[in-house]
Design a protein around this ligand. Structure first.
Ligand code: ECB
Length: 134
C-alpha cells in the first residue's frame, strides 16, 4: 500500500519556526504573530496528485501539485518570492525542492505512527513541525 497523507491535521509542535522565518526575511511584527499560530493542514491525495491547504487565523496557503512535475510556486502570503518547485517520492517521504533566490529551500513530509511530520528548510535553517489528526 502506498502512503496516504490525506486527512485533516493539527499542529502540535513547531521547532525553530523563528529561524526559518528569519532565513526567509520575514519581518519582526509578522514573525511575532506567525509563531503564535497553530495551523491546520488539510491534505487531499489521489495517487500522485496532491492538494495541501494550510490554514490559520492569520493567513492561509494552498498548494496543488503532481509528483515529478515542476511547477511555479508564488509563496503568496508567506515570503511572496516565486520559485520553481518539484516534489518527488524518496521512499515513503514526500520531498519538495524549491529552486529560486533562497539556497537550500524545500520541505519534506512523512508519516510516523499516527503523526504527520514536516521539515521546512531555508538556507542553514531547519524548522520541524509535527501534526496530529484532527
Ligand atoms: C499558512 C499558515 C502560516 C502563516 C504564517 C504567516 C506568515 C509567516 C510568513 C512566512 C513563513 C513561511 C512559511 C510558513 C509556514 C507554513 C506554511 C506552509 C508551509 C508549506 O510550504 O507547506 C507545504 C507542505 O505542507 C505545502 O505548502
Amino acid at each position: 500500500m502506498p502512503v496516504d497523507f490525506s486527512g485533516t491535521w493539527n499542529l502540535i509542535s513547531n521547532d525553530n519556526f523563528e529561524g526559518y522565518m528569519v532565513a526567509l526575511g520575514i519581518d519582526f511584527a509578522t514573525r511575532k504573530i506567525a509563531k503564535m499560530l497553530k495551523p491546520q493542514k488539510v491534505i487531499k491525495q489521489d495517487g500522485d496528485s496532491f492538494y495541501i491547504h494550510t490554514t490559520s487565523t492569520f493567513r492561509d496557503y494552498s498548494l496543488q501539485f503532481k509528483i515529478g512535475e515542476e511547477f511555479e510556486e508564488d509563496n503568496k502570503g508567506l515570503d511572496n518570492r516565486k520559485c520553481k518547485s518539484l516534489v518527488t517520492w524518496e521512499n515513503d517521504k514526500l520531498v519538495c525542492v524549491q529552486t529560486g533566490e533562497k539556497k537550500n529551500r524545500g520541505w519534506t513530509h512523512w508519516l510516523e505512527g499516527d503523526d504527520l511530520h514536516l521539515e521546512l528548510r531555508c538556507e542553514n535553517q531547519v524548522c520541524k513541525q509535527v501534526f496530529k489528526r484532527a
